[in-house]
Design a protein around this ligand. Structure first.
Ligand SMILES: Nc1nc2c(ncn2[C@@H]2O[C@H](COP(=O)(O)OP(=O)(O)OP(=O)(O)O)[C@@H](O)[C@H]2O)c(=O)[nH]1
Ligand SMILES: O=C([O-])CC(=O)C(=O)O
Ligand SMILES: [Mn+2]
Length: 655
């Protein structure tokens, strides 16, 4: 950390009009009018700040002026800073240092702050129509008034950190910069794992590069002498986006997607609005590199809703001999046209914020290897008695005793040594949305291209969801427009990644429902326009997958995880024109003989059930699809309405 800025009552005080030498005196635009309280000190300029950019200095000063932290710290991304931050988090009781892994920490959140809060997430475009029917909207002026009142004094007793970061490669053209102001060390530590943090961002900003303003406060000011809690947050939460001015205001939550503002807020919601304006795509997608036994390379991108398998597919350990999977990204892909007319994808992130439950040596050995290297922050997992972590699905048998994510004693049978029931009885030891936060460089199967400014050319896009019924294991779209229709109508059961009911089927266009920075119908039109912008041959082929179809007893029909390589192999076979398929009303589906099933003992009836296209089930979807498009309203492109009618016709014909 550089330049601890002392409170203005002591050092570093400059008159408000003391401009930085050599800089034009133009007034940078104000992002809001701070609520002024008399006798409040002015933070007009910050003495030893490591930037000369007047807009950035002004913004930092304004935020400090409003939120009233005890001190301001510019984060520099150094190793020393990491040691200081983690030491302080351990001292504060927020982190427990683990002994089972080097430089690793376990942290439990407030029980009310465990997931994204979609009902408290807002797209504040000047025109309500631009937020569309799927987003919460509040007029930007009204939202700023509300939140300015909340931020007033909200950092009292705390440190205000200024975190300069870059989403994607430093040498990308243009570099996608941001500055997050936050008042928790947890967010600073996590941002340092998830994004490229460092003073280089300030050099680029000083050179005139554009950047996104990302303001975050947990909304838990401390009175003088008041002791802090391990996880400060506020019951009142706002995750607000101002796409027109590329700004983010977040308040009240310390949890991942609500607080690490480079991730969902910038790289998806704000970036999707930028991408619409500039002709590219910002998507909730993993990126992987697949090499066939013949040594041919294909890059795939895949969009599945939250907690529906992106991290697992991105680092899959293939069970089919001869195939290799290498990871480029596990959550977000930015795709732009290359000079060759193909779509090139890059991962704007620098770390993984992965779902812990279900991650084990059998299901995802590469994630386990990444974690084993240390330098990881675990949130809301259980603590083992020997200084390690545990969650449901890490091992088949749970340890005999754990400290659960609420810091309570936990045993597999829910009783203590004397047979008395524990408070934790009957609940999982780790929260279902507990997460590991790990540098992507620790993924043992990382593709070297993960860190290239251009990214990789995409051969296929996979859409998918979590459906117990109806949706087959895999199908191929007829063409780009049909592929966009498949993406537009993804259905998936809700998961613990967001607060609210789990297991409810909802439509989730391109797995972006909670992450769209503008109108959903306009977004679908944008996808169609991407398809029209290049030669059809150069476009990725589109597929749809469902690893989660179940039998009557609730068991998964398809073994999933490493076995998903068989589906990837079929997809490559389709790209290369070697794999067969059956044409169905919903798309081209492999027959059982079209899949490479060497070395796996699958019940043929279960496989047939996983692949089945049942017209009765699909007819039952039609009213839901119509309802969905009706909900999206008049901006749904006519070509997609036409796709829906054509699907209905095909289902009527082929009963
Ligand atoms: N049955 C089954 N479960 C899977 C499969 N792939 C992933 N899962 C489980 O699904 C859950 C979520 O998987 P992730 O890969 O972390 O999901 P994600 O899409 O990266 O999630 P976000 O980080 O929330 O965007 C975990 O509990 C996994 O164990 C699969 O092929 N079959
Ligand atoms: O944003 C988060 O907290 C984690 C995530 O990837 C998601 O919910 O899709
Ligand atoms: Mn995600």
């Amino acid at each position: 950390m550089t330049a601890l800025i002392d409170p203005p009552t002591r050092l570093n005080r400059r008159a408000p009009d003391d401009r930085v030498p050599g800089r034009p005196d133009a007034e940078p635009e104000r992002s809001w009018t701070p609520v002024r309280v008399t006798a409040r000190p002015r933070w007009a300029t910050l003495g030893p700040a490591p930037t000369h950019d007047p807009a950035l200095l002004r913004w930092v000063a304004e935020v400090a002026d409003l939120t009233r932290p005890d001190r301001v710290v510019w984060v520099d991304g150094s190793d020393r800073e990491w040691a200081e931050l983690t030491d302080r988090l351990v001292e504060a009781g927020t982190f427990t240092r683990l002994t089972a892994y080097p430089d690793s920490y376990r942290c439990v959140s407030d029980p009310g702050d465990v997931a994204r809060v979609e009902d408290r997430t807002f797209i504040c475009s000047p025109d309500r129509r631009d937020a569309g029917p799927t987003n919460n909207w509040v007029d930007p002026v009204a939202m700023k008034a509300t939140m300015t009142a909340l931020y007033d004094g909200s950092m009292r007793g705390r440190t205000m950190f200024v975190v300069p970061f870059c989403m994607g490669h430093w040498d990308a053209q243009p570099p996608m910069l941001g500055v997050e102001i936050t008042d928790t060390e947890y967010v600073v530590a996590s941002m340092r794992i998830m994004t490229r943090v460092g003073l280089r961002a300030l050099e680029l900003i000083d050179g005139g590069a554009p950047w996104v303003k990302a303001l975050h406060s947990v909304g838990a000011p401390l009175a003088p002498g008041e002791a802090d809690v391990p996880w400060p947050c506020n019951e009142v939460k706002y995750i607000s986006h101002f796409p027109a001015e590329r700004a983010i205001w977040s308040y009240g939550s310390g949890y991942g997607g609500n607080a690490l503002l480079g991730k969902k807020c910038y790289a998806l919601r704000i970036a999707s609005a930028i991408a619409r304006d500039e002709g590219w795509l910002a998507e909730h997608m993993l990126i992987l590199k697949l090499t066939s036994p013949q040594g041919r390379v294909h890059h795939l991108a895949a969009a599945f809703p939250s907690a529906c398998g992106k991290t697992n597919l991105a680092m899959l350990a293939p069970t089919v001999p001869g195939w290799t999977v290498e990871t480029l990204g596990d959550d977000i892909a930015w795709m732009r046209f290359g000079p060759d007319g193909r779509l090139w994808a890059s991962n704007p992130e620098y770390g993984l914020f992965g779902v812990a439950p279900g991650t084990g040596w059998r299901t995802n050995p590469n994630a386990m290897r990444a974690i084993a290297q240390g330098h990881t922050v675990f949130t809301n997992v259980a603590l083992t008695d020997d200084g390690g972590v545990w969650w449901e699905g890490m091992t088949d048998e749970p340890p005999a005793h754990l400290t659960d994510w609420r810091d309570r004693d936990w045993t597999p049978d829910g009783t203590d040594a004397d047979g008395r029931p524990l408070d934790s009885a009957g609940s999982p030891a780790a929260h279902p949305n507990s997460r590991f936060c790990t540098p992507i460089r620790q993924v043992p199967v990382l593709a070297p291209e993960y860190d290239s400014p251009e990214g990789v050319p995409i051969s296929a896009i996979l859409f998918g969801g979590r459906r117990r019924t109806t949706v087959p294991l895999v199908l191929q779209a007829r063409d780009w427009t049909h592929g966009v229709f498949l993406g537009a109508t993804i259905s998936s059961e809700t998961t613990a990644a967001a607060t609210g009911q789990v297991g409810v089927v909802r439509r989730d266009p391109m797995a972006m429902l909670p992450f769209l920075g503008y109108d959903a119908g306009d977004y679908l039109a944008h996808w169609l326009s991407i398809g029209a912008a290049t030669a059809p041959d150069l476009l990725p082929r589109v597929f749809h997958v469902n690893w989660f179809r179940r039998d009557a007893d609730g068991g998964f029909l398809w073994p999933g995880f490493g076995e998903n390589a068989r589906v990837l192999a079929w997809i490559v076979g389709r790209l290369e024109g070697t794999a067969g398929a059956v044409d169905t009303a919903v798309g081209a589906v492999p027959g059982p003989a079209d899949l490479d099933l060497t070395g796996i003992d699958l019940d043929p009836d279960r496989l047939a059930a996983a692949l089945a296209v049942d017209h009765d089930e699909w007819r039952a979807e039609l009213p839901l699809l119509r309802e969905w498009f009706d909900r999206l309203g008049p901006s749904v492109p006519a070509a997609l309405q036409q796709q829906l009618r054509a699907l209905a016709d095909r289902l009527e014909d082929g009963s």
